[in-house]
Design a protein around this ligand. Sequence first.
Ligand SMILES: Cc1cc2nc3c(=O)[nH]c(=O)nc-3n(C[C@H](O)[C@H](O)[C@H](O)COP(=O)(O)OP(=O)(O)OC[C@H]3O[C@@H](n4cnc5c(N)ncnc54)[C@H](O)[C@@H]3O)c2cc1C
Length: 537
Amino acid sequence: MVVIMQVTPCEILVNYTIQQALFQYYRCAGDLKYGILAIKKSEGSVRYMTTDILIIGAGITGTALAREISRYDVSCVVIDRACDVAEGATKANSGIVHAGYDAVPGTLKAKYNVAGAAAYPGLCRELGVPYRCCGALVIGFDEADEATLRDLLERGIRNGVEGLRILDHDDVLKMEPNLNPEVHSALYVPTSAIVSPYELAFALADDAALNGVVFRFDQPVRSVEKTDSGCWKVCTDTDQYECRAVVNCAGASGAEIHNMISDNPLEMIHRRGQYYLLDRAERQPFEMTVFQCPSRMGKGVLVSPTVHGNLLLGPTAEDIGDPLDTATTAEGLAEILQKAGRTWPGISTRTNITNFSGIRAHLTTGDFMVGPVSGCENAYEAVGIESPGLSSAPAIAEDLCRMIAGEMKWQRKDDDRIRPVPAREKAFSTMTAEERSEMVRKDPLYGNIICRCETVTEAEIRQAVRRPVGARTIDGVKRRTRAGMGRCQGGFCLPRVAAIIAEETGCSLAEVTKDGGNSRILAEPLDAFLKGGGDCE
Ligand SMILES: Cc1cc2nc3c(=O)[nH]c(=O)nc-3n(C[C@H](O)[C@H](O)[C@H](O)COP(=O)(O)OP(=O)(O)OC[C@H]3O[C@@H](n4cnc5c(N)ncnc54)[C@H](O)[C@@H]3O)c2cc1C
């Protein structure tokens, strides 16, 4: 059972003693399994929360793990420094479910990539997340590249990837006629797929929340310490958490959190990848994802369709000092055009609608680290989760949860206590005319198109805010519904989306942000002006 006690300032004095007593009881008993207890300290604004397990990081790894843990009879809280799910690398990557030909056999990357990719079709079907097995080509331009392709073929076979084969010049061009005719050969990867990474993370979070996991945002972890009673105390700017077990899924800050937990420091390199995203109006040059030969720095620049029909070009691979520096640069973007232009001679960025970048969390060991933190009881981690981390997440989560549940001796919930995620409506933009009429008949808000570029309706935006882990920001709505994802990038729909968020959440327009923090859309006086009906005095 999960119990959350929400306390208002006037309740604190009344409830403080009882809650403090319960808190002490759970702590002394060393058994927090009865639920989550929120306690607000009377002297100040720090809130205390106890839980069986605390996950740091709500990216694809943390949300997949939370969903696995929600199948057990324990309380679980996920905290993230950002204002929403998937604000780290999970929102800014190539969205490829790699088949598993690239990872060195015997590594955790190889093990989890292949197992994770196998789980994808079923998981995405169950959660209603866009996924398409479009296949991939890794192309080479000379004999030396062909030798690399043969190494990849060999690795893939050893990793258990099926259907791989080397194609010669003519066969490659038959498959993808818009490729550079100078192509020499290619590795054909029929099981490579594409997915919407952040939509999967949202769906995993919703499923976990429906099954009792609590998500809390704007919670940057500042310290992690062991308490005298053997629990972990995790402090953020505003809150304190006491938990029996802690899991570090903090992506690019994974080493920083590891070093708060352990005396054996980890070193991480932050490797930025920049992209071009072209409009859906751009004619798709390729059916498949097309990579060039990989290098020491990564899988190389790709040209790939996305599940929503856009075209993605990138990423670069630049080592940078700051794990939060997701800027794009003129040099980086020029490099993409030059490299992607070698794959696709007809390259054009006339329909470019945005550029973005993500940060790879590269450990100097070169492999993922998944499992208990060495020498630290009841602390676990999934760190160094760079590519193929998206592909691997379902398998990492399952394995890590199995390890934790075994060590903590957790009981699995009976199947009838697992709440399935309700089936998601098809996006209005993808419905037939008859389906659209039927939806408008059932709910007239489907008749109000808010985002014209992507045909997103008011009904869909309101649903995005009302989801179990609902959107609270303009970008949160954008990633859940695609409102603002089109060629005008929100120029038309942004004020309408902001107004719906304000109405649904009961905040003022001036409090609505683009993506949390200080990214407000409106200045306060304008908010008051609009509320007053827009009349100037
Ligand atoms: C350019 C690029 C391309 C990629 N392409 C692919 C691909 O095509 N296929 C593939 O399989 N993989 C790919 N990857 C890798 C994949 O994106 C990552 O492995 C995956 O998203 C990692 O997920 P995560 O949850 O571990 O980390 P993240 O998504 O980064 O999540 C970590 C979370 O922790 C939070 N956090 C960090 N510090 C703190 C703190 N102090 N307190 C609280 N919260 C904190 C962050 O806000 C974030 O939400 C790519 C990565 C990049 C950067």
